[in-house]
Structures are given as structure tokens and as C-alpha cells.
Design a protein around this ligand. Structure first.
Ligand code: TYD
Length: 206
């Protein structure tokens, strides 16, 4: 962990249910007296939010998709994440680069070596201190999403796409087991919250 601030990211396939838990952690850590910066990717700055809406809704080729994700990330890092970490804030980010490896790399089959180069180039060594991966079977996630709103370009993908996204997330976790905690997200909300609490106290994050 960095000595100033904490960079914590939340990942998982669409329908994993991470938002409710990010809301709860944001509350808990604010009450504990931390400066909490709650943000998301793609997005988190006025420019990156504009890129997000193109990214989620406009048809584009896979390389354009990757470049938009990293362009948004660059602006977000420079304008929000790095200054917040330097102040000692706890940054809670709903998705980050693992999502690019999972969705563009796994889901779309985009070249992982190019993603690795972009990751180094755009982030200049910045990586999350901790990544909470909400893992569940895509069929369970799909059932949750079917009652949700109008799907974006990713939510509209089939189950095979999300199987690939899930596997790519798990491959990232296997490559960096110390950075990740896997949360079994197919359980009841209260049980997921309990798993999170246990994992975070083991990491000394309370
Ligand atoms: P999501 O974070 O699920 O937000 P919401 O809950 O508002 O739908 O939506 C972001 C979508 O973008 C999600 O389907 C994953 C996708 N995504 C990528 O494909 N690559 C990326 O690099 C990032 C950050 C997200």
C-alpha cells in the first residue's frame, strides 16, 4: 500500500451488484474520518464522462474502444486520482484497468500485449493498492440485469461474452493474487457485505 492515500478498485461483470457495496463502504469510511473520493471509469472528470457516453453507446472498432478507455483513464488519473492520493484520500473507483483487460481483452479478444503497453504508458506505474473482484456466474448476473434498464453496448452482450470477461478477470487475479480479493457475489447482499468486511479487516482497512 502507498503511504499516502489508498487506491481501491471494484470490479466484476455487469450485474455483480458492486454499487450497493461501494455506497456502504463510502459511508463507513467517511464516518471513520477519511477523506473519500468516490469515482468511476470510464468517467470521473467532465471530459472522461463525455468519453464514457460515447464508449457505452456508439458503435466503434475494438482499437478505438481501447483508446477511448485509456484516454478517459489518463484524464481521470491526472485530474482526480493522483491529486487525491497525494492528499491522503481514500479513492474508491468503480472499475479501472482490470475492466479493460476483462472486457476489451477477454470479451472482445483484444491483444493483451498492447493493453499491457498502454497500461504502463498511460498510468506511469500507478496501480490500485487493492482490487475487490465481485465474482459470479454470468447466468446469475444476467437474471439480475434482465429487470434493469435499457442495456448499453456491454450489457447487451451474450453470456459467452461475459464468460470470457469473467475468465479474464480471474486471470488478472491469478497473476497478482496479493492485489486482489475475490468476493463471492452470488450470495445474499448481507453475506456479500460480511465477506467484504472480513476481507477488508484482514487487509487492515477499517
Ligand atoms: P458500469 O461500471 O457497469 O456502470 P453502470 O453500473 O452505470 O452500468 O458500466 C461500465 C461499462 O463499461 C461496463 O459494462 C464495463 C465497461 N468497461 C469496459 O468495457 N472497459 C473498461 O475499461 C471499463 C472501465 C468499463
Amino acid at each position: 500500500m502507498s503511504s499516502k492515500g489508498r487506491f481501491i478498485t471494484f470490479e466484476g461483470i455487469d450485474g455483480a451488484g458492486k454499487t450497493t457495496h461501494i455506497d456502504a463502504l463510502e459511508q463507513t469510511w467517511r464516518l471513520a474520518g477519511h477523506e473519500v473520493v468516490r469515482t468511476r471509469e470510464p468517467g470521473g472528470t467532465p471530459l472522461a464522462e463525455k468519453l464514457r457516453s460515447l464508449f457505452l453507446h456508439d458503435a466503434m472498432d475494438p482499437l478505438t474502444e481501447v483508446l477511448l478507455a485509456f484516454a478517459a483513464r489518463r484524464d481521470h488519473l491526472i485530474s482526480v486520482i493522483e491529486p487525491a492520493l497525494a492528499r491522503g484520500a481514500w479513492v474508491l473507483c468503480d472499475r479501472f484497468t482490470d475492466a479493460t483487460f476483462a472486457y476489451q481483452g477477454g470479451g472482445r479478444g483484444f491483444d493483451l500485449a498492447i493493453l499491457q503497453s498502454l497500461e504502463q504508458w498511460v498510468q506511469a506505474g500507478r496501480r490500485p493498492d487493492l482490487t475487490l473482484l465481485f465474482d459470479l456466474d454470468p447466468s446469475v448476473a444476467a437474471a439480475r440485469l434482465s429487470v434493469a434498464r435499457q442495456p448499453d453496448r456491454f450489457e447487451a452482450q451474450d453470456q459467452a461474452f461475459f464468460e470470457r470477461v469473467r475468465s479474464a478477470y480471474l486471470a488478472r487475479q491469478q497473476a497478482e493474487p496479493d492485489r486482489f480479493v475475490i468476493i463471492q457475489a452470488d450470495q445474499a447482499q448481507a453475506d456479500v457485505a460480511l465477506q467484504l468486511q472480513q476481507a477488508l479487516s484482514e487487509k487492515g482497512l477499517t
